[in-house]
Design a protein around this ligand. Structure first.
Ligand SMILES: *Cc1c(COP(=O)(O)O)cnc(C)c1O
Length: 231
């Protein structure tokens, strides 16, 4: 039996309760249902329960499901190879994983070809993990200066994937640092660079992320249950 509906209601309630506690408007928190390995019929079930944003981490999965999933905002949240930008440029609402200039230039080029501007987030490797993608925070201002020159890209904020910790309290420090960086960039008022979305927090740590200033959480397991990678 599917628990998608109950899970979504549960998470929405948790977000509401948390926002009440910390004096935030729950409407400001964008929930992205992460649908990797989840088939189209279950995704459509989530959409029927009010989900409007879905996140995928592989180009191929977006292509496989695109036609079968009801009208929705697709978010590319995983590592993106430059040569695959062309397949998703007309399909996704936002790319969360922009972490190198070659990728940004390719996105800009392909967006220009279809006459659109695309919203992106800068992925930051805030915990400096060797295994993770994302830009190092020390390089972020140079990167922003380069991004600001690309007219078909609109920088809308930052994204990070925190290290997995049994005790999510241990990642609070990274979320705090992300929020500082986000505010710092915001306050610089750089032309063409908007700091509107701070995409951080997953099933295990989304409450801590929201407490520290996230306004976009990406939740997979908490909605669809444990993923079955052999499906
Ligand atoms: C899989 C994934 C998530 C969701 O993870 P859960 O722990 O299942 O909530 C969020 N963000 C990214 C980038 C992911 O790849």
């Amino acid at each position: 039996m599917s628990h998608i509906k109950e899970n979504i209601v549960h998470i929405q309630k948790e977000i509401q309760a948390l926002c009440r506690d910390i004096g935030k408007d729950p409407q400001e928190i964008h929930l992205i249902a992460v649908t990797k390995t989840i088939d189209a019929s279950r995704i459509n079930e989530a959409i029927a329960e009010g989900i409007v944003n879905i996140g995928e981490n592989k180009v191929q999965e977006i292509l496989n499901k695109f036609e079968q999933v009801n009208d929705i905002n697709w978010h590319m949240i995983g590592h993106l190879q430059t040569n695959k930008v062309k397949y998703i440029i007309d399909k996704v609402q936002m790319i969360h994983s922009v972490d190198r200039i070659h990728l940004a230039e390719e996105i800009n080029k392909k967006a220009k070809q279809i006459n659109r501007c695309i919203d992106i987030l800068i992925q930051v490797n805030i915990a400096k993990e060797e295994t993770k993608f994302g830009i190092d925070e020390k390089d972020i201002y140079d990167f922003i200066d380069q991004l600001a020159l690309l007219p078909h890209i609109r920088v809308k904020g930052l994204m990070t994937i925190a290290p997995f910790e049994e005790n999510p309290e241990e990642v609070r420090i990274h979320f705090k640092r992300m929020k500082q960086l986000f505010d710092e960039i915001h306050d610089k008022n750089i032309k063409g660079i908007e700091m509107r979305y701070l995409s951080m927090g997953m099933t295990n740590d989304f409450k801590i992320a929201i407490e520290e200033g996230s306004n976009m959480v990406r939740i997979g397991t908490g909605i669809f249950g444990k993923r079955n990678y052999t499906e």
